[in-house]
Design a protein around this ligand. Structure first.
Ligand code: ATP
Ligand code: MG
Length: 258
């Protein structure tokens, strides 16, 4: 495997390390070539947001955890990018929530689904769904293919790095859909029930931590966290954070903000 050495004093160290993980994913044939481009789009938005978890994203992450903890059938959807970037966090989150992991791919082949399942198992996963593909959402691409006992039957679905039209379809089916997407204006972000505008690498780690803290909360406490939540405000806050970050950076460089 060709992995570039990134010196740890490099100013873009974290971002470049994440990029290397995606490249490794492609080399292991679990991430698609298109996944590289999707990561690039994510990097651009992460740059705009300041490569940090903004406060409103942390709020959305806690609400997402509350939904997952009260769910009857929580499912975490895994694609080639998330499998390459955060395999251990996906497995940890599924374990402490008691959720199922299901592989679901836009560029699907049974061989790739199988490789991702093996990759997750190498990181500690037990049973992973996705190979059966015995149910279908009303969509014309391969992300329509799901497991009957998994995403099809789920009441709460975590869909990190989702495609916009499938996200909307899952919401239309009456499911609670939690997305992780750095672009607050993507169709996914606009249609999810809970939109986490954060890098999936930070979001998943935060959610594992929050679940450990919130697991002992009562159903009523979790419900009240959910009831006080407004996703439109979260989207507005993410856009405001981008604007403020750009403004601060502009002024730091001595350029007048107009
Ligand atoms: P949509 O289908 O929702 O309209 P899109 O077509 O613009 O979105 P896709 O190509 O479907 O985007 O998926 C890439 C999305 O995932 C982008 O919005 C990008 O910002 C986001 N993304 C990519 N990598 C990451 C990451 N590491 N963390 C969080 N978000 C990411
Ligand atoms: Mg898309």
């Amino acid at each position: 495997m060709i992995v570039t050495h990134i010196p740890d004093d490099h100013p873009r160290y974290v971002s470049l390390k994440i990029r290397e993980k995606i490249v490794e994913g492609v080399q292991m044939a679990i991430t698609s070539m298109q996944g590289l481009v999707a990561q690039g789009r994510g990097e651009a938005f992460d740059y705009l947001i300041g490569e940090r978890t903004i406060e409103s994203a942390a709020v959305a992450e806690r609400v997402a955890v509350a939904y997952l903890l009260i769910a009857q059938k929580p499912v975490i959807s895994v694609n080639g990018n998330t499998a390459a970037l955060v395999p251990r966090a996906l497995v940890s989150l599924a374990d402490i929530i008691g959720a199922q992991l299901e592989v679901n791919l836009f560029h699907r082949s049974d061989a790739r689904v199988h490789r991702i399942i093996e990759h997750l198992k190498a990181h500690g996963a037990g049973n992973v769904l996705g190979l059966k593909g015995d149910a279908r959402l009303d969509l014309s691409h391969d992300r329509a293919i799901v497991d009957q006992e998994g995403i099809y039957a789920a009441d709460v679905v975590l869909v990190p790095l989702e495609d916009g039209d499938r996200c909307k379809k899952l919401v239309d089916m009456g499911k609670i859909v939690i997305s992780v997407d750095l672009n607050p204006l993507s169709r996914t972000s606009l249609s999810a029930t809970v939109t986490i505008v954060d890098n999936v690498t930070r979001a998943l780690d935060n959610m594992v931590q929050f679940t450990k803290e919130m697991k002992k909360d009562s159903k009523e406490q979790l419900r009240s966290i959910i009831d006080s939540y407004d996703n439109r405000k979260i989207l507005a806050d993410a856009m405001y954070a981008i604007q403020e970050n750009l403004k601060n950076q502009t002024e730091r460089e001595g350029i007048e903000w107009i």
